[in-house]
Design a protein around this ligand. Structure first.
Ligand SMILES: [Zn+2]
Length: 178
């Protein structure tokens, strides 16, 4: 986010490639036609220097660093509701119980993060309208993902079975009841 913000100094002077790997070129794509003839600021001009001083203010940069891109906010909201699925608020869990449930939520989330968009029988993609909290009442259109899968649970059980088979006593000693 910070690199993107800093690139503004270049952009206003008609420079759209940047020497920072985090944001190496503007997100707007190649400029053509009228787009090339904007009233760019002349490098080194009073206006460019003044605007650069504002954009680069330390306090402002510090704030920009805290910004999340929109999709990140959305993922975070989705993750929080997933945690509630694995660890409902109305039930009290032991520390270890809560810890395990958070790990499960993370496993489930990561395992299902890159699902394909679900399709109708005619092959067209399915979409839905949602009203996420960070949009404060406004809507977003989202692709409907394929159903979540629980393959990680199978892997967990397999790993558990294997380590129990290899060393039943070790597992008993290190696993208090949840
Ligand atoms: Zn640009």
């Amino acid at each position: 986010m910070e690199a993107k913000w800093r690139s503004l100094v270049n952009h206003i002077q008609d420079i759209h490639d940047h020497d920072t790997p985090a944001f190496s070129s503007c997100a707007h794509g190649p400029l053509d036609g009228d787009q090339c003839n904007k009233e760019w600021l002349d490098p080194g001009s009073l206006a460019a220097v003044k605007l650069e001083n504002i954009i680069m203010r330390t306090a402002l940069l510090k704030d920009v660093r805290q910004l999340s891109p929109q999709h990140q906010t959305f993922s975070l909201e989705a993750y929080h509701s997933l945690i509630l699925h694995f660890a409902p608020k109305h039930t009290g869990f032991s520390y270890l119980g809560m810890y395990s449930r958070l790990l499960l939520a993370a496993l489930h989330y990561n395992h299902n993060a890159n699902r394909e968009t679900a399709r109708r029988s005619d092959g067209t993609e399915k979409y839905c309208v949602r009203y996420p909290r960070f949009k404060k009442g406004a809507h977003v259109v989202l692709p409907i993902k394929e159903a979540a899968s629980y393959g990680y649970a199978t892997s967990l059980m397999k790993a558990l079975r294997e380590s129990y088979t290899n060393s039943p006593s070790a597992l008993r000693e290190t696993s208090p009841m949840i």
